[in-house]
Design a protein around this ligand. Structure first.
Ligand SMILES: *Cc1c(COP(=O)(O)O)cnc(C)c1O
Length: 215
């Protein structure tokens, strides 16, 4: 596990255009690594499993500016826990899930920031709304309360070339614009430059910042 140094971190951070936010995806990495990246000035951290996030959050609760983002597949029975513990959810992939989030947010007196995960290419390995299904559900989505809908999130299929990725990211940007949503959460360690060219406002970096995941 090799953590990026303060200088390397600053180099990446300074290369980001204005309006592009960095999410440090800390899944698979321990509290101490998160503390170190936080000490470089990073405030947004992403986790993909509630069970893994809870002890880390507990240990890090003295870092009071830290904001937590949930980026993993969200199971029904984890919705309440995720709403209580996270400020942003990047991975809302169906209308029933969104309705559940809305209802439980109301009960918990929360208004989470929400990205809708959209699948722009066929990919059996990935979840997400299909464009046409999301458009069909849109009137219903607009009526849901206690959610702050901020953007669209996407993960390209693994096999795409750099050029095809950029194309997909542009499509995501256009779709978000069409819905009137400001944010696009797209781009990971292997394709964040293409994502920025395509119009990302949140890039999600794990291994580039934390080194290879031990698990
Ligand atoms: C793990 C993960 C990332 C970070 O992946 P890297 O390739 O290590 O940068 C980003 N987004 C999601 C949804 C992830 O699960």
């Amino acid at each position: 596990m090799i953590l990026t140094s303060s200088n390397e971190f600053k180099f990446i951070k300074d290369s980001l255009p204005k309006g592009v936010n960095l999410l440090a995806v800390s899944k698979g990495h321990n509290q101490e690594s998160i503390r170190q990246i936080y000490s470089y000035g990073q405030l947004d951290f992403g986790e993909s499993r509630l069970q893994e996030a809870l002890p880390k959050k507990n240990d890090l609760n003295d870092l009071n500016q830290l904001r937590w983002h949930f980026v993993g597949t969200l199971q029904k029975n984890k919705v309440r826990g995720v709403i209580k513990e996270f400020d942003f959810i990047h991975s809302v992939d169906s209308l029933p899930l969104l309705e559940r989030i809305s209802r439980i947010s109301q009960e918990e007196n929360k208004i989470p920031n929400i990205f809708l995960q959209v699948k722009f290419r066929d990919d059996p390995k990935k979840g997400g709304f299909l464009k046409q299904d999301l458009l069909q559900s849109w009137p219903k989505i607009m009526t849901l309360e206690n959610i702050h809908l901020i953007g669209v999130m996407t993960i390209p299929p693994i096999a795409l070339t750099s050029f095809q990725r950029k194309d997909l990211f542009c499509e995501c940007r256009n779709f978000a614009n069409h819905l009137g949503l400001k944010d696009c959460s797209m781009g990971m360690s292997n394709d964040w430059q293409e994502a920025i060219q395509g119009g990302a406002t949140w890039i999600r970096l794990g291994s580039v910042l934390f080194g290879k995941r031990p698990i």
